[in-house]
Design a protein around this ligand. Structure first.
Ligand code: SIN
Length: 294
C-alpha cells in the first residue's frame, strides 16, 4: 500500500493549492485538487481573445491537464489552437494526416495490433527538446472505455523522501526512441527511419513557467541512469515508476465525442486505456514544441 506511509497523520502527499484568482472569460472545474480541470464557456472554433488565451495558459499551468467538451473544430483550427502555445512538433515516427505532418493520427479499431500510449509515458521524451504539451481531439469514441489517465509529476516529486530527493539531485537519465519506435508503425505501412532520437535529461526537471520541480523519468522512454551501476539505476527507476503511479497523483478523463485534452508534458505523464476492443476510438493530436529540460 502506498499513500499513507509517512508515519504522520494524513496522507504522505499533502497538496497545498496555490491561491488562484477568479477567471473572467472561462469556467474552470477541477477534477481533483491535484490534477485536471474541465474548462467551459469557450468555443475553440472561434478566435480567442488575448484574455481568453491568457486564462487558458493559466488554467493549464494551475491544473497540468485541461479538458474541453463539445468542441467542433476543423484540422486547421486544431493546428491554430496549438500554435497559440508555440511552434508545432512533428512526431519522429507516428502517422499523420496527409499533407499535415503536425496532425498526428490517434486511432485504434478491431484490426489494430495496438493502441497509442498504452503504458505510462511522457510524449517523445527521447527528443533533445521534448514537446511542451499535447492537444488530443477525440472525434469518435467507443460506447464505453478508452479513458486516459494523467499523473502529476510535481506531486510524485514532492512526495519523495528528502533522502531520495538528495539522491536524485543532479542525476540524469537516457531516454531512447530507438527501442520504442523501430517497427512500431509497420501496420500503417510506415517505413522505419534510419535512426530515432535519444537524449540525456535531468531526472528532476524544473518547469520553466511555474519553476516547480517535477520527476522526469518514464517507463516508456527512460532506459538508464547515467553514472550509477546498471543494477542500482534499474532499482531506482523501478522504485520511481512504482511511486509515480500512485493513484493519489492521478485523474482519469472519460472521453465523449468531440472532447479535447491538453496536457503539459513537462509535469504530467499519461496512459491510454485500450479496454474497448473491438470498438473504434479515433482522433488527432497536435503537439506543441518544447525546450531542453533543466
Ligand atoms: C497519446 O499518448 O498521445 C495517446 C493518448 C490517448 O489516446 O488517450
Amino acid at each position: 500500500m502506498q499513500g499513507s506511509l509517512s508515519g504522520k497523520a494524513g496522507p504522505r502527499y499533502r497538496h497545498t493549492a496555490d491561491e488562484s484568482a477568479p477567471y473572467e472569460t472561462i469556467a474552470v472545474d477541477k477534477l481533483t485538487p491535484i490534477i485536471g480541470a474541465e474548462i467551459s464557456g469557450i468555443d475553440l472554433a472561434r478566435p480567442l481573445s488575448n484574455r481568453q488565451q491568457d486564462e487558458v495558459h493559466r488554467a493549464l499551468a494551475e491544473n497540468l491537464v485541461i479538458f474541453f467538451r463539445d468542441q467542433h473544430i476543423t484540422p486547421e483550427q486544431h493546428l491554430a489552437f496549438g500554435r497559440m502555445f508555440g511552434d508545432l512538433h512533428v512526431h519522429p515516427a507516428a502517422p499523420s494526416e496527409p499533407g499535415k505532418p503536425e496532425l498526428m493520427i490517434i486511432h485504434a479499431d478491431k484490426d489494430s495490433p495496438r493502441a497509442n500510449g498504452e503504458g505510462w509515458h511522457t510524449d517523445v521524451s527521447c527528443d533533445l527538446e521534448p514537446p511542451m504539451g499535447s492537444i488530443l481531439y477525440i472525434r469518435k469514441c467507443p460506447p464505453k472505455g478508452g479513458d486516459t489517465l494523467f499523473a502529476s509529476m510535481y506531486a510524485a516529486y514532492e512526495s519523495l523522501s528528502d533522502r531520495m530527493k538528495t539522491y536524485l539531485e543532479g542525476l540524469t537519465a537516457i531516454h531512447d526512441g530507438e527501442s520504442v519506435y523501430r517497427g512500431l508503425y509497420k501496420n500503417y505501412g510506415i517505413a522505419d527511419k534510419p535512426r530515432y532520437p535519444r537524449a540525456e535529461h535531468p531526472v528532476v526537471r524544473t518547469h520553466p513557467v511555474t519553476r516547480k520541480k517535477a520527476l522526469y523519468v518514464n517507463r516508456g522512454f527512460t532506459r538508464t541512469l547515467v553514472g550509477v551501476p546498471r543494477d542500482e539505476g534499474d532499482a531506482i527507476l523501478s522504485y520511481l515508476y512504482q511511486h509515480m503511479e500512485n493513484p493519489l497523483f492521478q485523474c482519469r478523463f472519460r472521453w465523449q465525442e468531440n472532447s479535447i485534452a491538453f496536457w503539459d508534458n513537462r509535469c504530467v505523464q499519461h496512459r491510454a486505456m485500450w479496454d474497448y476492443w473491438p470498438h473504434t476510438r479515433s482522433g488527432n493530436r497536435v503537439t506543441v514544441a518544447g525546450d531542453k529540460p533543466f
